[in-house]
Ligand binder design. Structure first.
Ligand code: 3PG
Length: 204
């Protein structure tokens, strides 16, 4: 996971794509804005097909599966070509699947106990989800006890708060859907999306 997250810095777009025909133009628009690591959430029927398309058409882009809720989904994502997986939470079954499949996995955590469980299972790069209102406070609090853990906060981050998250030494990148809002994707507003990606890249 390490290399992938470093490449993802400063932002990991969280994508919800309903129409597979929009996948490649969207990924290209983000790539043109300087973002080459994407998270395609398994929240839509064609998500696995979307991952397959991006892998086939844009080898320069690194694509992961997001919203992975089960070991079966992790396996399906890997078969579709996903290069990493992201989950909103941590479960022992997912940890076992990720380890067994040798799939780079970014598990989600919120509490200190969840950080400890993920850490015990060998995961030191974690998604802080939802970052929400308390994200910055949690990151600062976790910097003391968990000095060997870095976070990718996600959920509720926007262009106005991005820089404050990225300033934290225990933040390696930030996830968010604001880079590719559904309304812009459906309207095929590719130059606007490239502009949002560029703006995010300039925040670091
Ligand atoms: C995620 O899965 O990381 C979130 O859905 C992204 O949250 P956002 O839509 O608030 O950016």
């Amino acid at each position: 996971m390490e290399g992938i997250l470093v490449q993802a810095a400063p932002v990991l777009p969280v994508l919800v794509i309903d129409d597979p025909a929009l996948a490649v133009p969207l990924a290209s628009a983000l790539w043109q804005g300087g973002i080459s690591v994407l998270e395609v959430t398994l929240r839509t029927g064609p998500a696995l097909e979307v991952i397959r398309h991006i892998r086939q058409e844009l080898p320069e882009v690194v694509v992961g599966a997001g919203t992975v809720l089960s070991a079966r989904q992790m396996q399906q994502a890997q078969q579709a070509g996903a290069q990493f997986a992201v989950s909103p939470g941590f479960t022992p079954a997912l940890a076992e699947a990720a380890t067994g499949q040798q799939m780079p996995w970014l598990p989600g955590v919120q509490t200190a106990s969840e950080v400890m469980q993920a850490r015990e299972a060998g995961f030191r790069q974690l998604k802080l989800f939802p970052a929400g209102e308390r994200g910055l406070e949690l990151l600062d609090s976790y910097a003391g006890p968990f000095q060997d853990v870095v976070f990718c906060p996600s959920g509720g981050i926007n262009p106005a708060s991005l820089a404050r998250y990225l300033e934290r030494p225990n933040v390696i990148c930030c996830g968010g859907s604001w880079l590719a809002p559904r309304v812009l994707v459906e309207a095929r507003e590719w130059p606007t999306i490239t502009g949002l990606a560029r703006q995010a890249r300039e925040s670091c």
